[in-house]
Design a protein around this ligand. Structure first.
Ligand SMILES: Nc1ncnc2c1ncn2[C@@H]1O[C@H](COP(=O)(O)OP(=O)(O)OP(=O)(O)O)[C@@H](O)[C@H]1O
Length: 355
């Protein structure tokens, strides 16, 4: 997935600051923009809305939510609403908003939208900073979870309730969150906030994205499809830049900054997005019937006691195939990234988050 094109597209658009200076011309110039900055004395919050999230439910809910949002936050901040026009657009808008000095960028949608916003906080591996104020000016991250799975929100025991999310933003309590970095097979660096994973689960996620119209059932359908042609493989793993270790018959490797993926599966139950480490769960030699028999354990997070499940707490992890075939799937935050090899590491406390 390349985000570069979106940046180029943004550069041809008027800046967000010019939108703030002249709300009406901004409305004329961008059909996607339906709100605008209105006052420099208040904080500027940019809401990035994926209208296609949760099979279109995000867009429909957002229309109903906006009047309430304006009522609750109008005295508190300027509201700039941006509707994404397609995949990767959220990355581009976030970068532009941060450069223009936005005080917060709020992802409205599922984990895919949140993932794009997280990636917008960085460019070429470095944090994006405001043009004025530089690194001193910090832009906070917010989330209104309105996706199919919305798994990141589950770590905080949040419901998919946008009204509760608006209250969290209004209260303004922030805490620092870690961000994971992951390299694609192209060598390009990406960022993730929730879970990155490798092999069967990543293949399941790839197919689940094709079944989103079925709601949470997409993860079951994706998993069934992923089993076709699946084989457990020997993988080489290097933890914290140490020695290479071979893990035999690996079914999946899940690298958690947070706890849940796949629509509520508590895959990395010991993960904490503020503890400065990634929790790695390696499933080995799982057969299809193990998933039937142990599925409830994966959902409750009690699978760590199984003999073919191993847990490591790491700062970095590198994974390659023992016999290179180039067909082992890699995803981060439920978004397909490519295939092995990959390397993940942690950026402690990289983002301030409304929670
Ligand atoms: N305007 C758009 N049209 C089509 N796709 C979009 C648009 N904006 C964003 N996307 C893409 O939609 C995908 C899914 O979005 P999102 O994650 O918000 O919803 P979801 O998949 O229903 O929720 P979850 O990931 O929590 O299960 C993302 O990969 C994103 O790139």
């Amino acid at each position: 997935m390349g985000y570069g094109f979106a940046v180029a597209a943004a550069m041809r658009k008027p800046s967000l600051l010019s939108m703030r200076a002249d709300q009406s011309s901004a409305l004329d110039l961008s059909s996607n923009l339906t709100g605008g900055y209105v006052s420099r004395s208040k904080k500027d919050f940019v809401f990035i809305v994926n209208p296609k999230g949760a099979n279109g439910r995000t867009g429909r809910e957002w229309k109903k939510l906006l009047p309430y949002l304006r009522t609750r936050l109008a005295g508190h901040c300027n509201i700039c609403e941006y509707i994404t026009s397609g995949p990767s657009h959220g990355v581009d808008i976030t970068r532009e908003a941060i450069r223009e000095g936005a005080d917060a960028v709020v992802a409205v949608g599922g984990d895919g939208t949140l993932h794009e916003v997280i990636n917008g906080f960085f460019r070429e591996g470095q944090p994006v900073t405001a043009l004025e104020g530089g690194p001193v000016h910090s832009t906070a991250l917010g989330l209104i979870p309105l996706g199919t799975g919305s798994d990141f929100a589950r770590t905080f025991s949040w419901r998919n309730d946008p009204y509760e999310a608006i209250e969290r933003i209004r209260k303004g309590f922030r805490s620092k969150l870690d961000v994971g970095t992951i390299t694609a097979d192209t060598g390009e660096q990406h960022f993730f906030i929730n879970v990155a994973d490798i092999h069967l689960s990543a293949k399941a996620g790839f197919y689940a994205s094709k079944f989103k119209r079925f709601g949470n059932l997409c993860y079951v359908l994706g998993s069934l499809r992923a089993f076709i042609g699946h084989e457990n493989r020997n993988l080489k793993v290097k933890i914290n830049d140490g020695e290479w270790e071979v893990f035999e018959k690996v079914t999946a490797i899940c690298i958690g900054n947070a706890k849940y993926f796949g629509g509520g599966m508590k895959i990395t139950p010991t993960a904490d997005p503020s503890n400065g480490s990634l929790e790695v769960v390696i499933l080995q030699d799982f057969k299809w019937y193990d998933f039937v028999l142990k599925l409830h354990k994966l959902y409750s997070g009690s699978h760590l006691s199984e003999k073919n499940v191993c847990l490591r707490s790491v700062k970095s992890i590198e994974v390659v195939e023992e016999m290179c075939k180039g067909d082992i799937y890699v995803q981060s935050d439920g978004e397909h990234l490519g295939y092995l090899p990959t390397k993940c590491s942690i950026l402690p406390g990289a983002i301030e988050f409304f929670c």
